[in-house]
Design a protein around this ligand. Structure first.
Ligand SMILES: [Zn+2]
Ligand SMILES: [Zn+2]
Length: 393
């Protein structure tokens, strides 16, 4: 396949770009070096437009096909931020910044989309506009949401949008996807229980918030299985538990617990949230304590649309042969979900082989996946914006 041959030829360049990003990881929206390097490379490829500073540090480039008669534009997105993790890989090109690391492979996503940009800019074998979206703050900060709110879909006329994430455990360069929900939603909660402190020698004169909060914690863990099916792909975790007592002879006045819920199906999201409220207030009332639940809404479920998913599978098959079209969904959340709420599209997994899992300090992106990934990006443009042969003879 011609597209693949091209990327085999520029594999060394993509690897060099990727390793340079890897050595210089940046976090959230604070991506001055990464964003300017992305923009510099895009300009050197001859992209028609390179716009910096979208959603603070995002970059969007456009490449016009040899004709734009279709009037259509397709968006391809890569995330460009790293994580606050101390790298332990010991690789020659390991992070040079203490406490920061590309432990989710966004350096690889960025290099693959840059490779696709170079190919598309040189060949222009499509009818319409390729819109290349380099997004900040995927890990934390809703960069994808901000890009949508700043109007990138309208400004660049994007009608469909596609993205890819590497995944350890799938053979390198192979693809996996599923129709419908593929990544979960996330919500965080804080539960505040207040009662009456006192002496543990006279517990009957107190309202013992530690005991009450513990009952709430244990009961919240029955939601998955007793309220929603254990097959319902829901996770709930209470992850912090703090009392305001600082001594063993004081019963606390207040307890604060934090936790998170992850759901794959949107209807479970609301049901689990409602049960968290009900259980918290019910138990607090039973023991005459006061309780409040505060929610921090996180990323919504990432939902692949039918037609676009089918095309994503066709292109993946063309690139890598057999495709897993019934991939196991993940309850990790992904802020490409906001772009999929704005436009139809699909989110694809690309195999990263037998490496440590994402966010592990020993994780590394497998450079051998890059020709596949870049071919898929480029193939999506050529397939979704086919040149009308009659018009171009
Ligand atoms: Zn991540
Ligand atoms: Zn990621």
């Amino acid at each position: 396949m011609a597209v693949r041959n091209y990327f085999a030829r520029i594999h060394e360049d993509m690897t060099a770009w990727r390793r340079d990003f890897h050595q210089h990881p940046e976090l959230g929206f604070d991506l001055p070096r990464t964003a300017s390097r992305v923009a510099e490379l895009l300009r050197s490829f001859g992209c028609d437009e390179v716009v910096e500073g979208i959603a603070q540090s995002g970059v969007v480039a456009t490449i016009r096909g040899r004709t734009t008669a279709s009037g259509r534009a397709i968006g391809l997105r890569a995330d460009i931020d790293a994580l606050p993790i101390e790298e332990t890989t010991g690789l020659a090109y390991a992070s040079q910044t203490p406490g920061k690391m590309h432990a989710c492979g966004h350096d690889g996503h960025t290099a693959m989309l840059l490779g696709a940009a170079r190919y598309l800019s040189e060949t222009r074998n499509f009818d319409g506009v390729a819109v290349l979206i380099f997004q900040p703050a995927e890990e934390d900060g809703c960069g994808g949401k901000l890009m949508v709110e700043e109007g990138i879909m309208e400004r660049f006329g994007v009608s469909e949008v596609y993205a890819m994430h590497n995944l350890p455990g799938i053979p390198t360069g192979k693809f996996a996807i599923r129709h419908g929900s593929i990544m979960g939603s996330t919500d965080e909660f804080e539960i505040h229980v207040s009662g009456r402190g006192g002496h543990p020698a006279s517990p009957h004169k107190t309202i013992d918030t530690t005991m009450i909060a513990a009952q709430i914690l244990l009961s919240l863990n029955t939601i998955v299985s007793r309220d929603v099916s254990p097959l319902g792909r829901v996770a709930l975790g209470v992850t912090t538990f703090n009392t305001d007592s600082r001594a063993s002879n004081i019963i606390a006045q207040n307890v604060v617990m934090e936790g998170t819920i992850r759901t794959l199906e949107p209807e479970y999201r609301e049901r689990v949230k409602a049960r968290v409220e009900e259980i918290t207030h019910g138990i607090a009332n039973a023991f005459r304590a006061k309780a409040s639940v505060t929610w921090i809404e996180g990323y919504p479920t990432t939902v692949n649309t039918a037609d676009q998913t089918e095309h994503a599978i066709l292109v993946a098959r063309d690139v890598a042969g057999e495709v897993d079209t019934n991939a196991e969904p993940l309850l990790q959340a992904e802020d490409f979900s906001y772009m999929l709420q704005a436009r139809p599209g699909a989110f694809m997994f690309i195999g990263n082989g037998d490496t440590p899992m994402l966010h592990d300090p020993g994780y590394y992106f497998d450079d051998e996946a890059m020709p596949s990934g870049a071919s898929w990006f480029a193939g999506m443009i050529e397939t979704r914006l086919p040149v009308n042969q009659e018009r171009n003879v």
